[in-house]
Design a protein around this ligand. Sequence first.
Ligand SMILES: NC(=O)c1ccc[n+]([C@@H]2O[C@H](COP(=O)([O-])OP(=O)(O)OC[C@H]3O[C@@H](n4cnc5c(N)ncnc54)[C@H](OP(=O)(O)O)[C@@H]3O)[C@@H](O)[C@H]2O)c1
Length: 336
Amino acid sequence: MKVLVIGGTRFLGRHLVAALLARHHEVTLFNRGRTAPGLFDAVEEIHGDREQHLDRLAGRRWDAVIDTCGYLPRVVRSACEALHGAVERYVFVSSISVYARFDAAQIDEDAPLATLDDPTVEDVAAHYGALKAACEREVQAAFGANALLVRPGLIVGPFDPTGRFTYWPQRLAAGGEVLAPGQPGDPVQFIDVRDLAEWIVRALTRGPGGAYNATGPATPLHFGAFVAGGIKALAADPPPTVTWCGERFLLDHGVKPWTEMPLWVPAAEHGIHQVSIQRALDTGLAFRPLAATVTDTLAWVRSAHYAAPADAYANVGLSAAREAELLAAWHAQSAL
Ligand SMILES: NC(=O)c1ccc[n+]([C@@H]2O[C@H](COP(=O)([O-])OP(=O)(O)OC[C@H]3O[C@@H](n4cnc5c(N)ncnc54)[C@H](OP(=O)(O)O)[C@@H]3O)[C@@H](O)[C@H]2O)c1
C-alpha cells in the first residue's frame, strides 16, 4: 500500500513507519522537518506545517493516511478536506481520553464521549479528550466507514517523550526502597508502542473502519504484578524493596496523580486503567511480554538515542529527595 503519514518521527509515528516499512508498504511522511528530518532512509518526506501547507500534498494519491498529530478539529477538518479523493482510508490516532467519564470499568467504544461547552476552544492541555473526540467526528464525517479511529491508552516504550512509564524501569533499576502508589491490587493498563504500531498497520490493510480502544495487556494487570514483573525483568542484585503508600496518604501529601506519581490514578478514576479492549483483541491486537517492554525501555534510556523528557513532562516522576521525604513520613505515620 501507499501510505501517507502526517507526523511520523517522534514516538508512535516512528514505530509506525518502521512497522509499515517492515511490511514493504510505500511511505510518504508529511511533517515540518523539525523533530527528526531524514530519520528513515528511502522514505519520501514532504515538509510543511499541516496548518499552512496542505497544498504541498495536492495532486498526489495514497491508499491510506495515518494522522498521528491531530489535536484540533479545525486542523483535522482541513486535512480531511485536502485529502478527500486523494486517500481511501483515514486512520486517526485518537486517545481513550475521548470518554466523558472513567468512574466505571469496561468502558467500551460506545460509551459517551467528552464534549466541549464552547466548540471554539482550542486549549489542548485543558480539553485534550473533548478536542480529540471532536477531531474524530471530523474524520468520521469525511470518510465514514473508511475512517479508522484508534483510541490508545498510555503508550509506552522506547522513544516515549513523556517519561511516565519510563520512570518505572528507571526507578526499579536504581534500587533501594521504592515508593509504590495505592494498593498492589489496583488496575493498570498501557500498551507497548511497537505492539500498537503493528496492530495499526495490520488494521489498516484489513479494514473495516470504526473506533477501537487500544491498550493492554490482554488480561487485567495489577500494579503489584507490574512492579514485581519489572523487578524480575531487570534482575537487579540486590532487588529493590517496595513500600506501598496508600491513596489517602499520597493525596494528603499533595502527590500529583499520573505525572508526579506516574501511572497512578485515585480509585475514583480506576476506569481509565480498565477500559474494554475486546474489539481490538478480536481484530488481532497482540502483546509482547511485560519484561520486553521494561528491559527495552531501560536499554533505550541508557543508549545514545535517549532524550530526557522536556517541556510539560520535565517534572514527571518523584525526585529522589521527594520520594525519600514521603517514605520517611509514611514510616513515621505507620509507627504511631
Ligand atoms: N503518549 C501517549 O501515551 C498517548 C496516549 C494516547 C494517545 N496518544 C496520541 O498518540 C499520538 C502520538 O503522537 P506522537 O508524537 O508519538 O506521533 P509522531 O508521529 O511520532 O510525532 C509527531 C509528529 O508530528 C509532526 N508534527 C507536529 N506538528 C506538526 C505540524 N503542525 N505540521 C506537520 N507535522 C507536525 C512532528 O514532526 P515535526 O516536528 O518535524 O513537524 C512529528 O513527526 C498523538 O496523537 C497523541 O494524542 C498518545
